[in-house]
Design a protein around this ligand. Structure first.
Ligand code: ZN
Length: 432
């Protein structure tokens, strides 16, 4: 099944022509409305008019996460706030977070792309969709929700958390589809099994999973634990929540990128040189239709490979392989993206905490568990009353990590110079 037959099966040549027309329009618009692009194009010696074909795209400068931060909060918006109907944001302290705006038309397009993703998974108005992506500043929950309503399915706006209740509703409401992070799907299965339920006999038949790096091993584990087909869906807060790309039931190898709305390139992350289709590299995305927050040649940090072979589902849009690694130090913990520099910035603001720390990430059951070891001054261990102060520091670290980054680490305070292998700020023991 195909949601938008006309656009999803457009012959490649017509698709390229449409992409170029949309590219021309968006370049004009960002050049004239966003000071950052005017400056960055001029610095690179290009103008919107000098881009005469899709091949010329590579002459345009990249946009990076640092550019987003430098323009916090609204510097990259291409429309006035009165045209914005929704704001989403990444986690982080002020200046280390990014804000993403959507106009009403942006929401409509996003909704359609989420609908395309759900239909590609075989879902219709007869389905009940249990949506356990997080509702809030992160875009997963609302994005999928709108898509599910668009296709006329019944959606359960569950969000994340309250796992026992979720398991109960999976049994009582009989949803046929599950949307969440892959690790949460496994966690639901484990929790249900521990409660004595037969998680293979639920009504679920398919799941759309994303917002984390996950492998085919995890796919098999989910399919076995819940007796469903597990599909991959791709989104990126900066560009658009879930719905940039999605796997189809027929192909199940790589996700179709909805190319009528996005231009995709892969580059060598070291040199920035564009790679031939099919070679592994960093994904670079250009939004072709975004009104509020268009990004030109945005370096996603995700490493993938494009699959140009035609797919038997009939969609003509190119596919991308699942993302298994990053070109930068971004970590995804329980579906939330964080950078070590954000942890550092939080610790810097806490009296008593030294800059030396280590983040140890592992799995506890299906879920990510984080331990944060932080060095504190010698005096706290020597002085009488030091214990109380240590407790206060620990509490503050836990609270700030939760408040700014939405993660809940176990915190362990240690004396100076006691962290082993100090240069390793992050020890990630997870296998995906
Ligand atoms: Zn396909």
């Amino acid at each position: 099944m195909i949601y938008n037959e006309e656009f999803e099966t457009l012959p490649r040549e017509a698709l390229r022509a449409l992409q170029f027309k949309r590219l021309e329009r968006i370049l004009q618009r960002v050049y004239h409305t966003v000071g950052f692009y005017k400056k960055s194009f001029e610095r690179a010696g290009v103008s919107a008019e000098s881009i005469r074909s899709l091949d010329d795209l590579k002459r345009l400068p990249f946009t990076t996460r640092q550019d987003l931060r430098n323009n916090y909060p609204f510097g990259l918006f291409a429309v006035p706030m009165s045209n914005i109907v929704r704001l989403h944001a990444s986690t982080g302290t002020s200046g280390r977070s990014s804000v993403f705006g959507y106009t009403s038309r942006d929401i409509d397009i996003w909704t359609e792309l989420a609908a395309r993703s759900l239909v590609a998974a075989g879902l219709t108005k007869n389905d009940i969709i249990h949506n356990a992506f997080s509702y809030g500043l992160l875009p997963g929950g609302l994005g999928m929700h709108y898509g599910a309503e668009k296709i006329g399915a019944s959606v359960i706006p569950m969000s994340d958390g309250n796992t026992k209740r979720q398991v109960m509703l999976l049994q009582d409401f009989g949803p046929t589809a599950l949307c969440c992070t892959p690790s949460y799907a496994l966690h639901l299965a484990e929790t249900g099994n521990a409660l004595g339920m037969d998680m293979k006999s639920l009504n679920l038949r398919v799941g759309l999973f994303g917002a984390e790096l996950w492998s085919d091993n995890t796919r098999q584990a989910i399919e076995t634990a819940l007796d469903i087909k597990a599909l991959n869906v791709f989104g990126l807060s900066e560009i658009m929540g879930p719905g940039i790309a999605a796997e189809c039931l027929e192909g199940r190898r790589g996700m179709h990128i909805f190319e009528d709305h996005f231009l995709v390139e892969t580059i060598n992350p070291e040199t920035g040189v564009v790679l031939p289709e099919g070679e592994e590299g960093e994904l670079v995305l250009t939004s072709l239709t975004k009104e509020a927050f268009p990004l030109i040649r945005y370096r996603t940090g995700d490493i993938s490979r494009l699959i140009p072979d035609p797919c038997r589902c009939g969609r003509t849009h190119i596919r991308m392989e699942r993302v298994l690694k990053r070109s930068d130090d971004m970590l995804t913990i329980r579906g939330i993206n964080i950078f070590p520099a954000q942890v550092e910035a939080i610790l810097q603001d806490i009296d008593g905490a030294e800059p030396d720390y280590q983040l140890i990430i592992d799995k506890e059951g299906a879920l990510d568990a984080v331990e944060l070891k932080v060095e504190v001054g010698d005096k706290y261990f020597a002085e009488a009353g030091g214990v109380k102060e240590l407790q206060a520091i620990e509490k503050r670290i836990i609270k700030d990590m939760k408040d700014y980054l939405s993660i809940s680490p176990r915190v362990k305070l240690v004396a100076p110079q006691t962290l082993k292998d100090k240069d390793r700020k992050v020890i990630d023991k997870r296998t995906i």
